[in-house]
Design a protein around this ligand. Structure first.
Ligand code: SAH
Length: 342
């Protein structure tokens, strides 16, 4: 069978990636689409995203909110504002929320615990995903016990040599991977993920990503193109491509048919807002922004980031209409991974 990629070797994965980057094979996308209908019935899960802080103690070479970017106005939402954003999304019908931020020492783990507990008290039938970077296993455990359901921690690249070229020396590939194991062991639905087209990345590196994902078997995989950000050390490196990202999405759908795959904001930015190619490659999650409008431009991971969202009924209606027009079914539930449903 073609694209029986779960049985491919590293060399076979490398060549299939290289070939599809050169000329995408429509059969790959047909298979990914079929797989998305087989496992999730063509449903697209909607999650409201709140970007809680753009302070970050890390200095990732690619990222616009890195510590050494002094060209950025920083903000930190209060627990009250975060919960008000959720309340607003809840009133619009959303039942799945994501809180993401930089690794902000000024936003303490205790404050986050309060936010999680308050979320759980007020919205018992909604799910909560966190994406707050690397914490100790004990903190992950406390977050989970307090009522968070999922945690996204992209591994960024599964090749250690590549990881070390896009991060400063104080960051460690091993710590990142350990984080993913810790998250899963405390009970989280866990998300890994990687950028496509980041500086120095080769098809061999991406083949490692595929094999790594097969071994880890995460519940979610966030895949987005690297997009150049002018105030970073990688300002002069070109962005990754939409096509390449779609190919990696489709291959990931075939590798992990049950995984939740967001149509990431970075990809949708390159697609100029049209999500259909991402859905057709197997993406089944959208994360419209429900952060306050005035802070949204400041969560500036990369240049040109789309800042439209679902903070208003109109924004959400437009998203729902787009999903339907693409031939998919919008889904407002908690949106658990198949294995977490009873
Ligand atoms: N601080 C958290 C989450 C926030 S960053 C963490 O460490 O997990 C969320 C994701 O944005 C990162 O995982 C990275 O893959 C992506 N990202 C950062 N800079 C980017 C860029 N220039 N282009 C595309 N994606 C980027």
């Amino acid at each position: 069978m073609i694209y029986d990629i779960r049985n491919y070797s590293h060399a076979e994965l490398t060549s299939i990636i290289r070939e599809n980057f050169h000329k995408p094979d429509p059969r790959l996308f047909e298979l990914a689409r079929k797989t998305a209908f087989k496992y999730y019935d063509g449903r697209i899960f909607i999650r409201g995203l709140v970007e809680i802080s753009n302070y970050c103690k890390n200095n990732c070479f690619y990222c616009g909110i890195r510590r050494d970017n002094h060209n950025l106005e920083r903000y930190r939402l209060t627990p009250e504002v975060i919960l008000a954003c959720v309340q607003n999304g809840y009133a619009l019908g959303l039942r799945s929320f994501v809180m993401q931020g930089g690794e902000d020492p000024g936003f303490s783990d205790d404050t986050m615990l309060e936010v999680i507990r308050e979320f759980r008290r007020n919205f018992p039938d909604a799910s909560l995903t966190l994406s707050l970077g690397e914490k100790s296993r004990e903190v992950y455990r406390q977050f989970f016990e307090a009522g968070a359901d999922r945690y996204l921690l992209r591994h960024e690249t599964a090749s250690k040599t590549h990881y070390d070229r896009i991060h400063p020396p104080e960051m460690s590939f091993e710590a990142r991977i350990q984080g993913l194991h810790d998250l899963t062991s405390v009970g989280f639905q866990t998300g890994a993920g990687f950028m496509v087209g980041s500086p120095f990345q080769t098809p061999e590196d991406l083949a490692h990503d595929m094999l790594f994902l097969k071994g880890l078997n995460p519940h979610m995989v966030g895949i987005g193109p690297f997009i150049t950000q002018a105030d970073t050390p990688f300002a002069d490196y070109p962005s990754g491509g939409a096509n390449e990202t779609l190919v990696m999405l489709a291959l990931t759908k075939l590798m992990l048919p049950k995984a939740m795959l967001p149509a990431t904001t970075a990809l949708v930015t390159l697609l100029e807002g049209n999500r259909k190619p991402a859905f057709d490659a197997g993406a089944n999650v959208v994360m419209p922004n429900i952060s306050p409008l005035d802070t949204r431009k400041l969560y500036n991971l990369y240049s040109g980031k789309l800042a439209t969202g679902a903070e208003s009924a109109e924004g959400l209606d437009a998203l729902v209409a787009q999903i339907k027009a693409a031939g998919y079914t919008p889904e407002f539930s908690r949106g658990d991974h198949i294995e977490y449903k009873e």
